[in-house]
Ligand binder design. Sequence first.
Ligand code: 4AD
Ligand code: MG
Length: 483
Amino acid sequence: MAFNKRVKIKAVLDQSPIGQEITLMGWVRTKRSNKNVSFIALNDGSTITNYQVVADPNVIAEDILKKCSTGACIKIKGTVVESLGSGQSSELNAKTIEVLGEADPEKYPLQPKKHSLEFLREIAHLRMRTNTFGAVFRVRHALAFAVHKYFNDRGFFYIHTPIITASDAEGAGEMFHVTTLPIGNPPRTEDGKVDYKQDFFEREANLTVSGQLEGELAAMALSEIYTFGPTFRAENSNTTRHLAEFWMIEPEMAFYDAEDNQNLAEDFLKYIIQYALENCEEDLKFLAQRAQEEENTKPADQRAELGLIEKLKFVVENDFVRLSYTEAIDILRNSNPNKKKKFQYLIESWGADLQSEHERYLVEKHFKKPVILTDYPKDIKAFYMRQNEDGKTVAAMDILFPGIGEIVGGSQREERLDKLTQRMQEMNIPEEELWWYLDTRRFGATPHAGFGLGFERMVLFVTGMSNIRDVIAFPRTPGNAEF
Ligand code: 4AD
Ligand code: MG
């Protein structure tokens, strides 16, 4: 059932309604003309495939055809006929064309040629009209849908956690302030500090870095929940893996221990990748080709061994490696790049934080598989992670993916009130501010666990794009909030 009279190109391609009169609407990708006929490649975003419209200059006026230039939006009524040319089984014989929106060829920035991804970032408002970005955003949609389907099918409830918060869930302090106070001249207390009592929320507030703490509250009532929302980090990381605004999926489950959490995470990641393989075949084929072309520009020894689709299938079909931080440190300390001082950060002793070069060594060189790293030193992890018996480590897990590094971070949570408050004191986290969080340890506490998947990092992995700025429509990064 359509709600307007045009049909989508995807439906026409699927059904090939030969002989029927239909209306198509979309944007002109290219037009080729000779004396007798014009061929218009039309795209409406419903699929990567353009649909061929054939316009006879005896039927369609010359001035109309002239306006059907790259980027113009047009409406065509015509008859679906069998295609004589190769490739497509049908095409549209135009009876009337209406130009809905012209695109001056002198000014329209997208031309039917290869533009660099850097250039396209500068015209992010138009880049979705390219094959690459059309494919990326259709795959992104499919992955988001798969996330909801996975959890819904398993009885998890979708919780909307607040975007404005007064707490710092990760204790990392990399937050954007939210205030209505005049920045040049804020009200001050007697000792000269900014007087947040006079601010909108009558206290300091920030954009959230994670929905986890509130997610835990919900899990303590609904058992199995997930969040899927925007999160914000004011870290000044200008890398191909970091955004200041990104989307995170955070399931939180009562009665799960660390291993249950790992099992869920592995199953979930495989499911959404498999969903994309099954539902985005055409787009993934195109993206695989694009990624291959990019690979071919690299020196032979730096090229990926697997193509995009093989890589995705490999992840779905193989068990992830599970190993402890302590085992990983041994591998890294004895690795060639460490011995030959090729790592930027050399691994000298237990306790070192892992950098992405180490994560990628483990995944890409040593195991050649996704890795679930567990039981990190407590000093490099957040306060809420459950403390292990050894007194040194916590029940953390990071999942590391080839080409990406960390894609998931999670843990079993510390449900024991005394251990939790002791850790908060050690880390200078004020108990008064998290009284509500501590209440879940006072009333009906239970072992529980959860994790966070960085959605854009997953989209990056599945699409084979190489910069996180190219998998979110309008990226926010240091120095960039255009569009
Ligand atoms: O490891 P993180 O910081 O974990 C948390 O926020 C926990 N509260 C999650 C939980 O246990 N519920 O972030 C989780 C994931 C990372 O593994 C990474 O994939 C992604 O979020 N991420 C980012 N993605 C893009 N840009 C950034 N600046 C990111 N920071 C983290
Ligand atoms: Mg992390």
